[in-house]
Design a protein around this ligand. Structure first.
Ligand SMILES: *[C@@H]1O[C@H](CO)[C@@H](O)[C@H](O)[C@H]1NC(C)=O
Ligand SMILES: *[C@@H]1O[C@H](CO)[C@@H](O)[C@H](O)[C@H]1NC(C)=O
Ligand SMILES: *[C@@H]1O[C@H](CO)[C@@H](O)[C@H](O)[C@H]1NC(C)=O
Length: 552
């Protein structure tokens, strides 16, 4: 009797223990997935051990050090019956030391998610997942930004609106719903908290989740978001149009000379001469002032021309029609041409048959903008954007606003449902963003505040001076924004600042800049002392407040 009781107790406690035990990674352990509007086609589950392939995640500058990870790789493939699409969700579940949290990972460019970006999250203990949004670029990183024609333009003139909806929004509701069911079945208990992390397109996806599907996440980190898509993507072609009009194609070297002159001119407006323009709104530099200045980059030499100055001014101003600015330009400190670092290039790219002698040069638009205009607006894969004129530019902008606003613009400032859900959100944007004008994000945040003056209670925006698109640049980028978000969600500690650091110069740790970033509308004002020390800055209402306190 007592033996039986002991066995029963042992059995019961084993059952209780089973709730938390390391589950087996088999297809039959994945529960039946039930999400309205979709039909699961296939589920695969495979144990992966000692996985060591790593890719750094845009927007998460500090990732866990590379190390082998063990996880259950569950892939859920589904369709929306009648729409003839196929969407894959990739869900990686740690086999040991799960931290109880779910972290969805965003994509980049025209990719809803990309292979390899889940590994750092899994190494940090999260279950992490992403979606291919109905078109898989997995294994072909070239397609991340490049080209929408192969999936979104099935025939000339015809956009696949269903696939575009999958990419722009629908898949973002399904990923967390599917993942949560898989997690609950796999571990025998649901995730304690759910988060989103993404930069660029990943940032736009995060905001789409907040605007359209407000109940899926407890916390959203949406950096350098590609929101205002219908405006900023075509508007990014503007400097190229001006180049065609002037028939002048400046070298990266000439453009860099202009950018340097602008930084020299505006650097001190924020109270600190550090090669970073922290007060871009105060910078009124006109590139005309740089005309005639000599430039030299190895064997590329010359003097800044009137044409190059006009092109730089156009990149800073954004598209202007009849004296009215139709969208924002990039800030004066943003890269214009190619920096020499792969992936780091601005909107004023050119290419020539002979780069040194500048023979047979042409414009080289940002690949996402090029594909968007060609494949999704003009719906013609043969359309040659390298000769696009001003008439076509305005036509593209009009089509974009008319056809794409509700699909992909992701600029609805009404976050009332998100607020009601109790979730928190952080956005940061590099003020040196060379691809997505940071003023567009500021515009959005101001519209959020105009609707809800208490939006800071659940959504905070931080500007990062001197930081490029998601990363890069000489400025300090947020160090652990996801940890800050988790603290806000789980401990109720709202971020008064974000700690930020730049990469050390030439590997010298003391050369790294440590700064604070302040929640808009506050700015990080210099109060004196070592400018590489975060303690030398304080959050202030404006840079003016610190005038006279410069102790350098
Ligand atoms: C994983 O790596 C560890 C340490 O190198 C090794 O002992 C183990 O056998 C490996 N496991 C597999 C499944 O390869
Ligand atoms: C995960 O599983 C999917 C589907 O079987 C497969 O395509 C993918 O390569 C796997 N990933 C890893 C890292 O094993
Ligand atoms: C220009 O400089 C680059 C790098 O120093 C060199 O590889 C190239 O041969 C030079 N070209 C000419 C035409 O001098």
């Amino acid at each position: 009797m007592s033996g039986l009781l002991t066995a029963l107790v042992a059995c019961l406690s084993l059952a209780a223990f089973a709730e938390a035990k390391t589950p087996s990674c088999r297809r039959e352990d994945v529960p039946t997935i039930d999400v309205f509007g979709l039909q699961v086609i296939d589920v695969q589950a495979k144990e992966v051990r000692n996985y060591t392939t790593w890719m750094s995640i845009p927007g998460l500058t500090a990732v866990a050090p590379p190390g082998p990870i063990d996880f259950c790789n569950i892939t859920v493939t589904y369709t929306h019956p009648g729409l003839h699409d196929t969407v894959n969700n990739y869900i990686w579940l740690p086999l040991e030391n799960w931290n109880g949290r779910f972290l969805a990972q965003g994509g980049a460019g025209l990719a809803a998610g990309a292979d390899g970006w889940l590994a750092p999250n899994v190494a940090s203990g999260f279950v992490s997942a992403n979606t291919d949004g109905g078109h898989s670029i997995f294994g072909d990183i070239q397609k991340v930004g490049g080209d929408a024609a192969w999936w979104a333009l099935p025939s000339p003139g015809n956009v696949d609106w269903n696939l575009l909806q999958d990419f722009a929004s629908r898949s973002l509701d399904e990923l967390p719903k599917i993942s949560k069911q898989v997690i609950a079945g796999f571990y025998g208990k649901p995730a304690d908290k759910s988060y989103w992390n993404g930069c660029s397109t990943g940032g736009r996806q995060g905001l789409m989740a907040a605007q359209r599907y407000p109940d899926n996440y407890d916390g959203i980190l949406a950096a350098a978001p590609a929101i205002n898509w219908a405006n900023f993507v075509p508007a990014g072609m503007w400097p190229q149009i001006v180049m065609h009009k002037l028939d002048y194609y400046p070298s990266a070297c000439e453009l860099e000379a202009i950018r340097r002159a602008a930084i020299d001119s505006c650097d001190a407006l924020d109270g600190l001469q550090d090669g970073v323009i922290a007060a871009p709104a105060l910078c009124k530099y006109d590139a005309e002032a740089a005309v005639g200045e000599p430039f030299e980059c190895g064997n590329v030499t010359g003097k800044v021309t009137t044409e190059a100055a006009a092109i730089a001014n156009a990149a800073w101003a954004g598209p202007v029609r009849d004296g009215k600015r139709e969208w924002y330009g990039v800030t004066h400190e943003s890269l214009l041409g190619f920096s020499g670092v792969p992936g780091m290039a601005g909107l004023v790219m050119t290419e020539c048959d002979d780069e040194v002698k500048r023979i047979n040069c042409r414009g080289k638009p940002f690949i996402v903008g090029q594909s968007y205009v060609r494949d999704l607006l003009f719906k013609d894969a043969e359309y040659d954007t390298s000769h696009m004129g001003e008439d076509d530019f305005w036509k593209a902008l009009r089509i974009s606003r008319n056809e794409m606003m509700s699909i992909i613009d992701t600029s609805d400032p009404d976050l009332s449902e998100f607020r009601k859900s109790g979730a928190k959100m952080i956005t940061w944007h590099g003020l040196g963003d060379q691809l997505i004008p940071s003023d567009g994000t500021l515009d959005y945040y101001q519209r959020v505040l105009a609707l809800d003056s208490n939006a800071q209670d659940y959504y905070r925006y931080f500007e990062a001076p001197g930081v490029g698109h998601c990363m890069g640049g000489v400025g300090a980028a947020p160090s652990q924004p996801l940890d800050v978000l988790i603290k806000w969600v789980e401990e109720g500690i709202a971020p008064e600042t974000l700690s930020a650091a730049s990469l050390p110069v030439n590997g010298k740790a003391e050369s790294a800049r440590h700064r604070i970033l302040c929640p808009y509308p506050l700015v990080a004002a210099y109060t004196g002392g070592n400018p590489n020390d975060a303690a030398s800055f304080t959050c202030a209402e404006s840079f003016d407040a610190t005038k006279g306190h410069d102790e350098l």
